[in-house]
Write a new protein. Sequence first.
Lengths: 457, 145
Amino acid sequence: MMLPGVLSLLPLWALGFAAQRALGIRQRGARGVVLDYVIGYLALGVMGSISVLLGAAPPLWWIYALVLVASAIAWMRRAPVASALAGGSLSPQHHDVYVRVIAGATIMVLLFLVGTALTDRLIWDGWAIWTLRARILFFENGLPPDAFLKPGPYEFAHPEYPLALPLLDWWMFRHAGASLPALASFAGSLWIVALALLVWTHLKARVAPMIASLAVLGLVLFRPITEYAVGGTADVIIAVAMLGVVIELTSAEEASAAASVRAGCFLALAVLSKNEGFALAIIAVFSAAVIQPLGGFRARVIAAFAIPVAMGGAWYLVTRTWGLDVEQVGGLPPVASLPERVMTITGAFSRLASYRSWPPIFLLALLGAFSAARSSNRTDRFGWVLVVSYLLVLAGVYLSTSQDLVWLLRTSLERVVSHAVPALLVLSVCAIFPAHPAAGAANSRSLSPSFRSAPGE
Amino acid sequence: MFLFRVRQAAVLSLCLWSLLGLVHTSFSFIRTGFPPNRPPAVGIKTGALAEEVALLSGLVGQIDQGRVLILLPPATDSGLVVFLRYQLAYIDYPVRVFARRLRQDIRTEVANEELVVTRTGTAFPPGWQETARRDSFAAYRRTRP
């Protein structure tokens, strides 16, 4: 029963592939493949959410019809592939033995993660919040009206959360003919692969292959991301979305309308997956306004913002109209409690910075921020402002929450801060290490040449 | 020279990050399986609430096995009953009761392997979630050959 569920992801990928080709925004290589999947996911999320809000069954044949239509348009237009700059795969294109070893280890870890996910690895929230709604969609062929009640029988499962991820799980359940939790775990593991591909393709075009491969290996071994990904929550999707936005909007050499559309798709990915995604989309526009007052950059970001608004606006509008507010946000707390809350939040962040495998990434981020501050590249600063603003907004949510602050921090801080880790990793590495002259080329060497030249700077 | 040091520190950070990640992941896998699965086959052992749930769900025999996890339900007992009925309808484990949402008017305590729900308290005891997970895993492992 697993195989049909796994294979059911192929039509979604094909839909994204055809849509990108039809729009002329598709890149060659891994980045193109990742966005193919993202766009298929978005199509299912948008159509499914609207269907469910209207009280109808989630779309099955409509998706297949869309695949056919998009394929026909793509075939008729046969638009050229946008760029080969960021193409590539995890296979190293050079002869550095260390890079090969690290890349091999990375692939082994990824295979382990995907293999592990072929059995049921859902964690509590994955089971009780995300796949619960997928199971209801599967068994009821839709969401009953009381699924949107607060208080109500499903309140526990966050009825205000966007539906794209439950719909993806439903899609797999529907093809498998059973609500197999392992399918949700498997789908989660694919987002880790997407993260690895995005980081690798972005970094290998910019820094020494050794650095790029080390960064990817560290990322796939970073358990706060992998655990929740395989565990079936939407947190890894926010991480993919933030990374995608940063990559698309900070790749100066790719500044184009196509990059803007791709960034908009990543923002829509966030908006349709979790409430934090909506905050991310707003923060992206805010960051662009602050950092890029001139030129076409702001217009590009605003144009990109239109995509998530168009795709996710209906869900947010309708559910908020129904009174399904975000319960973690409680408004302004009493002024007298602010110092204590600030201390509690600061303490929690400090503890996190010294917890398990977190210290190196915090140190790397500090080094990266320091290096970026010395740079005059305003496009890179956009990425930093985006990520730091996101973390500040998270801190603001904790500051204002009406829930038990200590409990909320203990149960969510590591998970939500990890949203920003892939983007921070990419920004930091690009800021710290100089552009490698042979990056992406066949004759790339190890890190050592960069280091030998550095003292003379 | 300074930038050189910065880059050295960054490389060390990346190496250390991978190493710590490997250690963390490996230990977690050895200890609990990776990633920590939710505890299967848990149930409510004692208490009026458990009986009510058992009567509603027809799962008395299975509820007698396993240990306690916690449910934070809508604020009323009737809400709780409805909630559990829906939950159990979509659950393929024998019994599952969820511990997730903090309600100001319900306090849940885990003590002596019993679930106690009262309406007077304001918060969970510290560490309840970790305790519940650990205990449930222990119970699960004891049931395995």
